[in-house]
Design a protein around this ligand. Structure first.
Ligand code: BJW
Length: 300
């Protein structure tokens, strides 16, 4: 059964069909129904830590073992997760409309795995599967590292005596004995420099996940591409804001810029309060519900 009011669906699809320059801004809510937690609200806690408090260079400096345990767990979960119908529907739209560009804040690799055309997909916060050297003077970067665990010390602990799986893992199908280390009651070893992955180039720095932490600049080439696409003389027809609280900059600011270039805004979110700071205008759309269900329906 449809979850979208027919009148809204009709006006949105009429506009979509007439649109050529289209943007999508994606956030964690897109991958929620693939079983991956969001950052804010329910599920935003990892053990006792606010997920966003682990996504900083300061946290990595203070406790690289804890930060690696968090990211190694997320690499593991993302590898087990599957793209959902919304990832596929966006990839399909990209094949139909060559001037459609997707800016994803997600680092989980699900859009690439849904075969979203790479030239139309900007991974603005990097990827869990890129790793780079954390040493300021070293430029080592490795793309597409899917080794899980990346070093033996980061293997998910197992409990041989307990064949039942715990909450988060159970949702992804049976994984005998694997413990859910996002639960603070599951013991985790303390890891330090010696246990963690080292840079093969400088042989000194720790490797770190190739994601963009708070206070860090987004990848330079990507910012350039986006600024070019959003250039002053460019018209934008539509921006779809999907499964993001739109609170993190510069990503959130792209909504206002697109609007200033003439774009209508379509928001797809579970939470009716999560509208971008600029608010909703006449003629915009708010589709409330699970992105995995709504996105394929409105892009049909
Ligand atoms: C569903 C659903 C379902 C659930 N269906 N919906 C201007 C003003 C103020 C501050 C700043 C500013 N400019 C820059 C800053 C500082 C900072 C910032 O923005 N702070 C804010 C908190 C205010 N920004 C930065 O530091 C950025 N860097 C920068 O600006 O550099 C400048 C610079 C220049 C020169 C030199 C040096 C620096 C970098 C930001 C990087 C953010 N990184 C993270 C971590 C990435 C790695 C990782 O994954 O661990 O990115 S933080 C985290 O937030 C992650 C996400 O991509 C990002 C956005 O979160 P998202 O995706 O929106 O998730 P949630 O949980 O917030 O929302 C989920 C939504 O889904 C909710 O709305 C739900 O309702 C919904 N939902 N289930 C549909 N089934």
């Amino acid at each position: 059964p449809s979850v979208v009011p027919p009148k809204d669906l009709e006006s949105f699809q009429t506009h979509l069909n007439q649109s050529t320059r289209i943007l999508a801004l994606l956030g964690a809510g897109l991958s929620a129904s693939s079983g991956l937690p969001t950052f804010r609200g329910a599920g935003g806690l990892w053990r006792t830590h606010d997920a966003t408090s682990l996504a900083t260079p300061q946290a990595f400096e203070r406790d690289p073992g804890l930060v690696w345990q968090f990211y190694s767990y997320r690499r593991h979960m993302a590898l087990k997760a599957k793209p959902n119908p919304a990832h596929y529907a966006l990839a399909e739209l990209a094949r139909k409309k060559e001037d459609f560009v997707t800016l994803t804040q997600n680092v989980d690799g699900l859009s690439p795995r849904a075969l979203h055309p790479a030239s139309q997909l900007k991974l603005i916060h990097g990827s869990l599967f890129d790793v780079k050297c954390s040493d300021f003077f070293c430029t080592y970067v490795e793309k597409d590292n899917y080794t899980d665990p990346i070093v033996p010390a980061l293997a998910i602990p197992t409990d041989e005596s307990d064949p039942t799986t715990t909450s988060a893992l159970a949702a992804r199908g049976p994984q005998p004995h694997e413990l859910d280390i996002s639960d603070e009651n599951v013991a985790l070893p303390e890891l330090d420099y010696n246990h963690l992955p080292k840079c093969p180039e400088c042989k000194r720095g720790l490797l770190r996940p190739g994601v963009v932490w708070f206070g860090e600049q987004l990848p330079y080439g990507i910012i350039n591409d986006i600024e070019e696409y959003l250039g002053k003389r460019q018209k934008i027809d539509l921006i779809m804001v999907i499964g993001t609280s739109a609170k993190v900059f510069p990503a959130a600011g792209y909504v206002d810029i697109a609007r200033a270039r003439g774009a209508k805004v379509a928001i797809i979110n579970m939470d009716p309060n999560d509208i971008p700071a600029g608010g909703l205008y006449d003629g915009d759309w708010f589709f409330q519900g699970d992105a995995a269900q709504i996105v394929p329906e409105i892009l049909k």
